[in-house]
Design a protein around this ligand. Sequence first.
Ligand SMILES: Nc1ncnc2c1ncn2[C@@H]1O[C@H](COP(=O)(O)OP(=O)(O)O)[C@@H](O)[C@H]1O
Ligand SMILES: O=C(O)C[C@@H](O)[C@H](O)C(=O)COP(=O)(O)O
Length: 334
Amino acid sequence: MSTIVFDEKKPLDFVAIGRLCIDLNANEINRPMEDTVTFTKYVGGSPANICIGMARLGLAAGFIGKVADDQMGRFIVRYLERNGIDTAGVVTDRTGAVTGLAFTEIKSPADCSILMYRDNVADLKLHAAEVREDVIASAKLLLVSGTALAQSPSREAVFQALDYARRHGAVIAFDLDYRPYTWTSKEETAVYYNLAAEKCDIIFGTREEFDLMERFESNPDRSDEATASKWFDYKARIVVIKHGKEGSIAYAKDGASHRARSFPANVVKTFGAGDSYAAGFLYGLMRQWPIARSMEFGSAAAAIVVSSHSCSDAMPTAEQVSRYIDECNETNRS
Ligand SMILES: Nc1ncnc2c1ncn2[C@@H]1O[C@H](COP(=O)(O)OP(=O)(O)O)[C@@H](O)[C@H]1O
Ligand SMILES: O=C(O)C[C@@H](O)[C@H](O)C(=O)COP(=O)(O)O
């Protein structure tokens, strides 16, 4: 069984803190940005994608963040509301900050990159005093995105949210979500990632993201087990290390470990994999599924999203994910 117990009395299943941005995904796929001329606009930002994923899966979800006082900011809030996401915790910047943009370049299914425009972005201007304690108190699970730790005042807002979550008994998930352009140095990233991770129950990251956190430690073999075991001395109960198409491995505090393979996909682009995986995995845990089943669900959700053009808009429903798993199992049997 999953070792995580959620407080069923709380009305909000899930709340995320971090960035609400815009993805501009290249329409002309399989070519470099230099030759790309049209894009489709979607709501983006890793924690926004995860939150939208949770709402699509049928959970009561909310968001804590800051948007620009412009057309893009309003587009984001309207999209969240249309998806049934509680925006009581979303505040509007009044300093002239802008919406973060992520232009995605899809050179080939295996070669994708993101060009981020993140100068003076509204999401990093969330103040600790703007984090609504009542929203966190009403939530069973808080998800923190590591990018929100990159700068003040958003950094302090995250620590404020972590403190409210601890006080009110919310389970805390931390997605390392490392985006180099928002940080000034790898040392600074490692310091703040470690400080936040100490306070979290579930930690997700890729092998490369955990390597970054381990700058000051010795893990010469880049052992996933060594990485995970450190966090069990703090608050962590589950540590998930993602390995792209190779799948993922989850370690639990009780000593168990679980591997999940990735599902077959008609890959359009690789981004969005981690966000859909996180949504599917957390959904499974919230339904009290065993870790292995939650990982399978997350992996199938990821296969669906990488086979689509967008991240947020392509987040699947629970029925879609279950059907996908059944179809893949059926194909394997025949
Ligand atoms: N090419 C792919 N085909 C199918 N599933 C994939 C693919 N890439 C990633 N996934 C799935 O998404 C999960 C998370 O992907 P990963 O790339 O490790 O995270 P991130 O997007 O955060 O870098 C993987 O464990 C796997 O299940
Ligand atoms: O996180 C962002 O700001 C951009 C995302 O919306 C984006 O499309 C992406 O990179 C998804 O991240 P992943 O799931 O970690 O691949």
